[in-house]
Design a protein around this ligand. Sequence first.
Ligand code: F0G
Length: 345
Amino acid sequence: SIRRVGLIERYMDRLPFAAGDPVISLNEGSTPLILAPRLSERVGAEVHLKYEGLNPTGSFKDRGMTAAVSAAVREGAEAVICASTGNTAASLAAYASRAGIRGVVLVPDGKIAAGKLAQALMHGAQVVALQGNFDEALRLVRQISEVHPIALVNSVNDFRLEGQKTAAFEILEDLDGKLDALCIPVGNAGNITAYWKGFREMLGEGSPDLPRMLGFQAHGANPLVRGEMVPEPETVASAIRIGNPARWEQAMGAMTSSGGLVADCTDEEILDAYRFLAREEGVFCEPASATSVAGLLKHGAGDAQRVVCVLTGHGLKDPQTALDESPPVIPCAPELRALEKILVG
Ligand code: F0G
């Protein structure tokens, strides 16, 4: 069947769910893997893009959210909460509305992209703008979920990783199990942990076919590269503006044990990759997502012949950065001559 089903239905035998469990789904997952010919030429390897922006709310977070919200509903939760740089908030809001439960999101005030804020509000979540950064928001939601009956669905929740590992399954299916390296942006470090889990579950622990995990951070928010917390992270890639990732050890474990690496890119390099993908490959992602490609262009992938870059979120999430990074529109009077002058001089 070509009917696209949600990932709990698609991968139930590999997930902590059983037939008859409540499933809160928007038919997430099954996103396309797109060959990138121009990028492949520049890198000297076969490079594919895993376009997670085509999930229901426009980011990979939906994979984790269908699992976390379904599990929360199974446990009788009436409310869910998260800290977020925007995408988790948008996804939580959508899945909470679908489940008919209360959604609460804590976001750093003024530091999340417009599309994400619009989504969270539109789906009816309570949006709390914290006068602080993501790391402070995460600390607060962890505390409040310990003393109030409200389920925490950040990626410290293991169901999130269970859902997100399915992206690794899909890539292996599309490439017949043959992949040398995965490039992925790293913020709170849940997603890289989830992919590594997915690859190991599908290929087997210690398999020689396991891909190298190449994690990339923004230079101004690079705790894993520095090996220490960044107290005031700053980057144009607002989704990964995180100074103290919750899955720190697991992410480092994934990169080390796969023979991969963690490295960083400047905002300028991230924006170059962001424009390159849109203009040369026809694929529009948000700035944080372009970090996987910026990292590949800057640091390479060793002798890898086949590489996948994860594009974690859709470009429409952050219209302001797109406008800031583009030339101005061309004004034109409603006359043929005026249009000709613009087009042919
Ligand atoms: N790319 C995008 C577009 C993201 O939104 C995030 C994380 C990441 C990459 C990094 O993934 O945190 O698992 O290492 N966004 C979270 C949020 C923090 O709140 O939406 P990670």
